[in-house]
Ligand binder design. Structure first.
Ligand code: FAD
Ligand code: 2HG
Ligand code: ZN
Length: 436
């Protein structure tokens, strides 16, 4: 919504952990607020200097430090771009256990600081499991060297976990060691259309049952999100005709013939049982990329008209899509959605990581409109709280969601979080005004 504008007089770009330490010590001694900044691709305003904070930009710390080809353990500087690390790993037949649309600009330090989820969490799990060690600088300049390469280490509290998803509020991550899986020899993608959300759930069950160990992504896109992508890109649609829902399935396995046979027979099966109305399998890498673009391209296309209200939510699966219907109905009955300039809202769409029960509810608008915002908030958050969902599944709190944390966390949990913040950052210099 172009809500946040950065204000700073100073950006520092340290080139080593020692330099980060000296900068933070100076800031702490002089009570100067600082904002760590990675690739600046975050979606909740976390890397924005709100008043006059000093930006500590990590882009110069971008080296791959070490890779062990036997264990698959990668050690990198925090400023290393995700895609650069993944290309490095590809040459060694390994893969980074995280993938997301912003891979060309986001940094591994930023990914860890936001505990990014992304497109393959279903297969490789969360960074809380994959990160083996972290090197970080505390606000007073102390270097916390916990850059372990061990998979198992039950010697006391696992303090690095606080930095995973800590959004730069208790220190700056300078190095990360991470367990990387073997890159699969075969990658296949299927894209299909379905009549209703009940059938989407049946297809998900069938995919887990029939594709089990090779299933690496199960993404959901509603018909309206695909219509808007089509309006912006004018690309030929993957399927003839239009459907209320679409899913994209990716498989990654070790045997190309076996995997594509499995995916083909899955598709035949679900079409035969009339769970899926129509579907297509990618025949080569170009088609794989093209099918993915109908999913990965959604956030960018939705911004085409002006701004987008973004909600990143965890919801128990059976009700995942109901929120989109309820929100659309609410804005329609208020007369706010329409095809012409008089209406502020262009469309209400739902898409996301079906495999993780993570919905992205996006409301594409022509301009900022207080009436739209009042209809959306706190409505969306109350809706989520009633179902014990999460108001921030994977993007974090930053500035945008800070005020709404109590919809997903109890008073006790918030008190404990505040105590941790005070313990690590008693002067409150690290990324202030955000998170809690
Ligand atoms: P920034 O935006 O620079 O910073 C994010 C937060 O981390 C800030 O609070 C910042 O202060 C802090 N930070 C950054 N670096 C450090 C560090 N070294 N030490 C301590 N704190 C630090 N997110 C998902 O989870 N899943 C997705 O599928 C996904 N897809 C996206 C697709 C697009 C097109 C875009 C634009 C964004 C997407 N995101 C997604 C959001 C975003 O890319 C992630 O949150 C990403 O992990 C942020 O990394 P960054 O380096 O850009 O961090
Ligand atoms: C995605 O899954 C990202 O594409 C972005 O998490 C979601 O923009 C959004 O709301
Ligand atoms: Zn996402």
């Amino acid at each position: 919504m172009r809500k946040y504008k950065g204000h700073t007089k100073l950006v520092v770009k340290p080139g080593s952990t020692e330099e980060v330490s000296k900068v933070l010590k100076y800031c702490n001694d002089n009570m100067l607020a600082a904002v760590p900044q990675g690739g600046n691709s975050g979606l909740v305003g976390g890397s924005v200097p709100v008043f006059d904070e000093i930006v500590i930009n990590m882009s110069r710390m971008n080296k791959i430090r070490d890779f062990d080809e036997v264990s698959g353990t990668l050690v990198v500087d925090a400023g290393c771009i995700l895609e650069v690390a993944d290309h490095f790993l590809a040459e060694k037949n390994y893969i980074f256990p995280l993938d997301l649309g912003a891979k060309g600009s986001c940094q591994i330090g930023g990914n860890v600081a936001t505990n990014a989820g992304g497109l393959r969490l279903l297969r490789y799990g969360s960074l809380h499991g994959n990160v083996l060690g972290i090197e970080a600088v505390l606000p007073d300049g102390t270097v916390m060297d916990d850059l372990s390469r061990l998979r198992k280490n039950n010697t006391g509290y696992d303090i690095k976990q606080l930095f995973i998803g800590g959004e730069g509020t208790i220190g700056i991550i300078t190095g990360v060691s991470i367990q990387c899986p073997q890159r699969s020899k075969a990658g296949n993608v299927a894209f299909f259309g379905l009549e209703n959300f009940e059938k989407v759930q049946q297809a998900f069950r069938a995919a887990k049952g029939q594709l089990s160990e090779i299933l690496s992504a199960f993404e959901l896109m509603d018909g309206q999100s695909q219509d808007l992508v089509h309006r912006v890109t004018d690309k030929k649609r993957p399927l003839e005709g239009q459907h209320p829902f679409y899913c994209l399935i990716e498989t990654s396995g070790s045997n190309p013939d076996h995997d594509s046979e499995k995916l083909e027979s899955f598709l035949e099966n679900v079409m035969g049982e009339e769970i899926v109305s129509d579907g297509v399998l990618a025949q080569d890498e170009t088609q794989i990329q093209s099918l993915w673009s109908w999913r990965e391209g959604i956030p960018e296309c939705l911004g085409h008209w002006g701004g987008v209200y973004k909600y990143d939510l965890s919801i128990p699966l059976p009700e995942l899509y109901k929120l989109v219907d309820d929100t659309r109905e609410r804005l329609t009955s208020a007369g706010l959605i329409g095809d012409d300039e008089k209406h502020p809202v262009v469309g209400v769409v739902g898409y996301g990581h079906m495999g993780d029960s993570n919905l992205h509810l996006n409301v594409a608008t022509r301009r900022f409109d207080k009436e739209v915002e009042n209809k959306l908030e706190p409505f969306v958050y109350e809706w989520i709280a009633k179902r014990n969902g999460s108001i921030s599944a994977e993007h974090g709190l930053g500035l945008a969601k800070k005020a709404f944390i109590e919809y997903s966390r109890s008073k006790t949990m918030i008190r404990l979080m505040k105590q941790i913040k005070e313990l690590y950052d008693p002067n409150g210099i690290m990324n202030p005004y955000k998170y809690i």
